[in-house]
Design a protein around this ligand. Sequence first.
Ligand SMILES: [Zn+2]
Length: 349
Amino acid sequence: MPLVSMRQLLDEAAKGQYGVGAFNVNDMEQIQAIMMAARQTNSPVIVQASRGARAFAEDLYLFKLIQAAAELNPDIPIAMHQDHGNSFDTCKSAIALGYTSVMMDGSLKEDGKTPSTFEENVDVTRRVVDYAHERGVTVEGEIGVLGGVEDGHGAGGSGLEHITDPDQAVEFAERTGVDALAIAIGTSHGAYKFNKKPDGSVLKMDVLIAIHKRLPHTHLVMHGSSSVPKELQDIVNEYGGKLKPTWGVPIEEIQLGIRNGVRKVNVDTDNRLAMTGAIRKVLWTQPEKFDPRDYMKPAREAMAKVVAERMTEFGQAGHAGDYKPIPISEMAKGYANGSLDPRPSLAAR
Ligand SMILES: [Zn+2]
């Protein structure tokens, strides 16, 4: 199956009232792990690459691997998404490669660190939307600023400093025409999200629910939504790792989000922990091993297991065959004739 528009995946998820995991990739084994899980659970899936991943893997290696995944899995809808584009040019280069979706993270300036103004965010996001929609490509924007730093991208901080204002979210969605909207509700990138099991004082699900009430037709995106399970931390630490105790976003909170308009759930840290734990275990218990396949195969299996669990928990499992993919060129026509216009004032029709 050719790569599918992320907008179509999210529209279908909204109809079916489920969420779709967006899993980060940097190499072949991670892509294979995601596809193993998608096949096993019969799930549509979003595969995403950060700027750091594109630099690490070199653009063409990574994109050709995704194309191979699509070719080898004709029954699985796959959207290929640029995670945290920092500029118009980053998004443009992803679209040139063939990505079917881009995130323009205009909540930060182009340096990927300094929070931008609302007007700056609207301007750059609107430019990306115009360019991408003309080509049938989906756009995710961000309003509010997430906590933490990942791959050198992020404002740092706790995630509570720039919580999304629901009124601004409505204005942003209307003025930019984004297909999906990432919101800041206290989550952070990376492993160290919360120093205890999060409650309403640090994870603002009430803000998410308020935004969904105002924007019932906008696909919401939760970033930094690894659950960082203790079992995965323990495996890393049992075999020589030194992770400090930490808490992620509990699955039940993500599921509450999915009941309130969240359609895309970003997960990276859990997969990193699963792979690292599996590799550490082999190298620690069998120090005579030196063939990378001896530890990459268990690492791939460990990641596939976590991804399959998330696919089941988010509800996307079983939905791969629900719909026929719409070609990207048809999506472009839909944007041009207004039938796919995602602005909230039009979405209720
Ligand atoms: Zn993110």
